[in-house]
Design a protein around this ligand. Structure first.
Ligand SMILES: *Cc1c(COP(=O)(O)O)cnc(C)c1O
Length: 377
């Protein structure tokens, strides 16, 4: 069994993808071809956000956003201690300081109370200036934006939504990509909306920010190709990847429904047996992952027992960001919940093409594994 079965999806749309690639080979506009702007328009429509600026990957989407917001030395950027490394990796390069905040143990997302403690700590020390927050839609679930945006308003912070995992999720009518001043996503193959290589995008309703991002992704371009008005990067989405993404976007709504089906079935079978993910009222998860909790002392053994039955499982993330070697010594408040989560989380296979039978088999194995170890998880 595959943890994420990308082949099942590709098989479904293989003729469309082949034709899309062939169209690009025929017109030959490999950089900034017509598919790129068509995709940006469709992604903006999908998220309900005014501007979509595609770029080379989700990490660049974050660093371009920080550059567009003019963040740099003396500034503090707050973020969750529990995410993929890229979320925090982009901060030191700007010269700004990263400040790690704890998570809400129920949603795994940034804890607003911990964020406020962190902001107050920086204000009290009066050496650095609190400037921005990067909130992450971990495992597909949007962060607590109603409260986080309020805090950002109170303390005059810019809000960046890292929706690399959350694309397709929503709070009420607003889809991920539409929270904060600017949002980023990734089209890495394993993300909810993935291409067949690297890709990423930025979303914003702010005309000025959008214009700066468009310039930054192409060497700080000014009025024409050889006019450079700022130091930028080379970070474009390949036309071939845009063409592939257009075909994947066409089935994305249907895949989200299927992810929801898979999650509901997991919940129905496992909710009484193990600690399952929680989706607050009014929230919709893109179900990038289905992550349960198991006792830290037995996680390895449980993974092993599942693996013997051909059921892959993964740990996202075994080490919280404030304990990563490259980030040791960063600013932080107490991040105990992130540390506990990193020791107890276990992600089960999750993709839109899991059959009910396969899900039942996985659940059966999880339940047996828990029973065998003679202890309620
Ligand atoms: C995958 C991911 C990124 C980085 O995306 P890439 O396209 O791989 O650069 C950033 N943040 C989070 C939360 C991610 O999961």
């Amino acid at each position: 069994m595959q943890f994420i079965d990308l082949n099942a999806q590709l098989t479904r749309i293989r003729p469309q993808v082949d034709q899309a690639i062939a169209r690009v080979l025929n017109h030959g506009k490999f950089i900034s071809g017509p598919e790129v702007s068509e995709l940006e328009k469709k992604l903006a429509e999908f998220t309900g956000v005014k501007h979509c600026i595609s770029c080379a990957n989700g990490t660049d989407a974050l660093s371009l956003s920080l550059a567009a917001l003019n963040l740099g030395p003396g500034d503090v950027i707050f973020t969750t201690a529990f995410s993929f490394f890229a979320t925090a990796e982009v901060v030191p390069a700007t010269g700004a300081s990263v400040f790690f905040v704890d998570i809400d143990p129920l949603t795994y997302n940034l804890c607003p109370a911990s964020l406020e403690r962190a902001i107050k700590q920086v204000e009290a020390e009066a050496k650095l200036t609190p400037k921005a927050v990067i909130a992450v839609d971990l495992f597909g679930l949007p962060a607590n934006y109603p409260v986080i945006s309020q805090l950002c308003q109170t303390y005059q912070l810019r809000l960046i939504e890292d929706a690399a995992q959350g694309f397709g999720g929503a709070i009420g009518q607003q889809r991920s990509g539409g929270f904060g001043d600017i949002a980023t996503t990734s089209f890495f193959p394993a993300k909810p909306l993935g291409c067949l290589g690297d890709g990423g995008a930025i979303f914003t309703n702010d005309d000025a920010l959008a214009e700066v991002c468009r310039s930054l992704r192409i060497h700080g371009q000014g009025t024409d190709k050889y006019d450079n008005v700022r130091i930028g990067q080379n970070s474009r989405l390949d036309t071939i990847q845009a063409a592939i993404l257009l075909e994947k976007l066409a089935i994305f709504e249907d895949e989200l429904v299927s992810r929801q089906r898979v999650a509901q079935r997991y919940l129905m079978r496992l909710n009484d047996v193990v600690t399952c993910p929680i989706v607050p009222d009014g929230y919709y998860s893109a179900w990038a992952q289905f992550t349960i909790r198991v006792p830290a002392s037995r996680r390895q053994e449980i993974m092993q027992m599942l693996s013997v039955q051909d059921i892959p499982s993964m740990v996202y993330y075994a080490k919280p960001l404030h304990l990563q070697t490259a980030l040791l010594g960063s600013l932080q408040v107490d991040c105990t919940e992130a540390e506990i989560a990193s020791e107890s989380v276990l992600s089960l296979p999750m993709h839109p093409y899991l059959t009910d039978n396969e899900i039942d088999g996985i659940c059966q194995a999880v339940i047996q594994t828990v029973a065998k170890s003679g202890q309620q998880v």
